[in-house]
Design a protein around this ligand. Sequence first.
Ligand SMILES: Cc1cc2nc3c(=O)[nH]c(=O)nc-3n(C[C@H](O)[C@H](O)[C@H](O)COP(=O)(O)OP(=O)(O)OC[C@H]3O[C@@H](n4cnc5c(N)ncnc54)[C@H](O)[C@@H]3O)c2cc1C
Ligand code: SF4
Length: 511
Amino acid sequence: MLGDQLSTALASLRDVGRPDATVLMMEVWDEATYVRHHKKKIALIFSAMRHFAGELRDAGWRVDYVTLDDPDNTGSFTGEVVRAAERLDASAIRTVAGGEYRVRQDQETWEQRTGLPTDILEDDRFVCPLADFFTWANARSEHRMEYFYRDTRRRTGLLMTADAKPAGGKWNFDHDNRDTPPRGVNYPSPERFEPDTITRDVLALVGARFGKHFGDLEPFALPVTRAQALVGLKHFVATALPDFGRYQDAMIAGQDYLFHSSLSLCLNLGLLSPIEVCEAAVAAYERGDAPINAVEGFVRQIIGWREYIRGMYWWDMPQFATRNALKATRPLPEFYWTGETDMRCVAQSVDQTRREAYAHHIQRLMVLGNFALLAGIDPAQVSDWYLVVYFDAYEWAELPNVVGMSQFADGGMIASKPYVSSGAYIDRMSDYCGRCRYDVKKKTGPDACPFNALYWDFLARHERRFRPNARMRNMYGTWDRFGPERQAEYRASATAFLDTLEPAAKGWARG
Ligand SMILES: Cc1cc2nc3c(=O)[nH]c(=O)nc-3n(C[C@H](O)[C@H](O)[C@H](O)COP(=O)(O)OP(=O)(O)OC[C@H]3O[C@@H](n4cnc5c(N)ncnc54)[C@H](O)[C@@H]3O)c2cc1C
Ligand code: SF4
């Protein structure tokens, strides 16, 4: 059982007599360091694994748990499977396919490495089986999430009326979801959980062994058990879901979570299932406790985006990992790791990421991702950064979001146009700009918001690719109206800014 498979509903546990099987769980060095994950993320996974092993034992399973500091630990999944096969005198191996391509490749070797029949079962914790996703994807030249999402609504019956129509009369209520919260709003915050002895042991281990990795280890208040995950889900539905929709795109300094759920952590570890999370939201809608725009938006994120992203990952791997359609080669700037930049939106988002191992979708997409895309940063380096820093970052979820949605390095497989904006969007959706050293209203020059010149410079650099895109016609219309002199000013201002970027020191992401 892998560290992100912490569910008693896992396929490999089904139809197995408890006395006949041993559940092997292992903390391995290779997984914690193939990129140098945020300290909080490592602690989260190890603590959740240790708690889950205890729950399995309480439920009558025999568990063979290899800790990181076990002197015989070989440091790799495959090494530990081979060792366990001998130690346990095993006759067969059952495992559920890993979520990441790299792990799946490892699993494929286990039969040959151990000489034991090895069953690699499909991970059916997802709503859409991969075979069905591939059928959907192979039948189309364009793979927009919205159509996949409608099929998934029909498949699950979530937010569908008895006569097979979408609840509320529309499939998508995004149009109602663009508000910035007025002053004086009471912001909810996710439930926090006091570390118990198991977590405190893990914190000590991670502090000692991974002290040089990015991010703050403490305070640590994340859910590490299913019981805590359920408390967190209930708390989200009661306190944040009703406003989840309308303030979904907002960013407020000092408000790390706003009305977001932070449930990606529990979903990706297996502590919660996507269907039960959606059902809890739909029940709130049916009780009249949350409006349709909030609940539809939330359900779409989970059975739409989450499933679609995972499908696209497996559909395109291994090519996805090396895609670079815009030929971006600039190194990742050091401030992604230190937060030391005068751009307040970036500094705030990095600071929060360092403290919490969390930033919400719009910070990831329209601040940190937007900057990397405008500045032409190598998507592989951007992807490594995201994989390191977020508590929910597993390659199946991270890579398509970063390389595809955010960096357009897939050439438009996921997004129909690049997610780029000037400072005006960030100003409209956040309170960052008011206290920034840059002036969001200024377009060029040393005091102008860097996003402004970078935005036009990006469009100019990629004119051949994007001018024919109907959805970008207005942007190029504006660019044309600037005329050559103003265009040259924008481009010179962008170049002057880009020349100041200091590349990240080696070793932050990979040792
Ligand atoms: C550049 C970039 C990198 C990202 N990296 C990851 C990642 O490594 N892991 C990850 O789980 N999500 C990733 N996302 C998607 C999304 O930002 C996070 O799932 C979300 O911010 C998690 O916070 P939350 O639980 O508060 O989400 P909420 O806003 O409360 O959304 C509810 C749930 O919907 C799901 N979801 C929403 N959008 C997506 C999406 N685009 N892809 C997958 N699931 C989605 C998540 O499970 C999330 O918990 C990334 C997005 C971007 C733009
Ligand atoms: S002015 Fe520009 S750099 Fe500063 S916070 Fe606003 S968008 Fe970010």
